[in-house]
Write a protein that binds this ligand. Sequence first.
Ligand SMILES: NC(=O)c1ccc[n+]([C@@H]2O[C@H](COP(=O)([O-])OP(=O)(O)OC[C@H]3O[C@@H](n4cnc5c(N)ncnc54)[C@H](O)[C@@H]3O)[C@@H](O)[C@H]2O)c1
Ligand SMILES: [Zn+2]
Length: 347
Amino acid sequence: MKQLTLSGTSSRSDILIGRGLLGQAASHILEVFSPSRVHIVADSNVAPLYLDKLASQFDLPVSSTVIPAGEAYKRLTTVETIYRDLLEAGMTRKDLVIALGGGVTGDITGFAAATFLRGVSLCQVPTTLLAQVDSSVGGKTGVDLPEGKNLVGAFYQPRLVLIDPDVLDTLPAQTFVDGMAEVIKAGYIANPDILSMVSAPDYRANIENIIYECVKMKRDVVAQDERDTGLRMILNFGHTVGHAAEKLGNYTALTHGQAVAIGMVAAMQISNQLGTDTDLLPGLIDILQKVGLPTELTNDREEIFHALLSDKKKMGATVNFILVRTPGKAEIVPIAAETLHPLILNL
Ligand SMILES: NC(=O)c1ccc[n+]([C@@H]2O[C@H](COP(=O)([O-])OP(=O)(O)OC[C@H]3O[C@@H](n4cnc5c(N)ncnc54)[C@H](O)[C@@H]3O)[C@@H](O)[C@H]2O)c1
Ligand SMILES: [Zn+2]
C-alpha cells in the first residue's frame, strides 16, 4: 500500500492506494474517524457490486443511499434525497459519510457532506479510473444545473481517500479508457514517467503505480492552489477545446475522456502553430491511439471557436490555453480571441 498526504490550509487528506484496500476499508477508516454511525452513498451500478462488501465491515449502524447512475442525476434533487436519508439515519456532525463510486457519486456526495449540518466528515472511495486519478482528490464537489455543468459546489476536502485499483476490473471497457485521457494528461503536464509507463505493452498490469503517480501530481498541484486561482488551471490541458467539443455534441456524441483526448491534440497543434522546438504531436497521437482514444476533431472549427468563447473558463475576450512544449511542463498561455480565431480555424 502507498500513502500520500495533501495538506491544505485548514485540512488534511490522507490518500491510501493499494490493491485489495476495499476489503480492509473499515479498519483504515476507523483509524482516522470515530463515528457513531456511517452513511454510504453509491450509484445503482456500484451498489450491487461493492456496497455490501464495504458496509458489512463495520460494527456500527450503517445506512445508505443508492442514487440512479449517470451525470443526469448529478443535481440538487439527488442531494436532497441524500439529506433526507442522513436525517432519517440520525447522522450528526461527528458521523461519517462515504462516497463509494465514480466522479458523479463523489461530487454529489462531497457536496452533500460539505453542506449537511454545515459539514460532516467525508471519506472518498473512488471506483472509476477518472475518480481514482482525478476527481476524488482535491476537494472540488458539486452538482450541475440545467444551465451548465458544475455550476453549484463547494471546496471540501475528504479527510481520507481509499483507492483500490482492483475495483477497476468491473468497469466497462470504455469507462476505463476514458480515465486514461486524464492519466495521459497528467503525464504531459507534469510527469513524463507516466507516459513511459503507459507506453509499456501491458500497462494495465502496472495501473497501481500509474494511479499513484497521477494522484501525486494532483496532490502537488492542489497543495499549491487549493482554491483554483492559478496553477490548478494546468489540469485543464485538453479541456478547453475538449469542453467545446463535448458541449457541441450535447454531452452524448463524445465521452469526457474522448473529448479531452481530442482537446489535447488540438492544444498541441496550437503549440505548434505558435512555434515550438520539439514536435510532441506524433507521440501524443500514438499514445492516445494505443489506449483506444480518438484524436481527430470532427466539429466545425467556427462552432468550436464560438463554443469555447462561451465556456466559463474564458476571461473577457482572452482564453487561457494550457500548452505543453516540453513533456512534463505545462504553460498557461492567455490568447486573445482575435489571435485564437485563425489558430482554431487552422486545426
Ligand atoms: N471534483 C473534481 O475535481 C472532478 C474532476 C474531474 C471530473 N469530475 C466529475 O466526475 C464526473 C465523471 O466521473 P466518472 O467518469 O467517474 O463517471 P461516473 O461516476 O458516472 O461513473 C461512470 C460509470 O461507471 C459506473 N461505475 C463506477 N464504478 C464502477 C465499477 N467499479 N464497476 C462498474 N461500474 C462502475 C458508474 O455507475 C457509471 O455508470 C463528472 O461529473 C465530472 O464533472 C469531478
Ligand atoms: Zn477531465
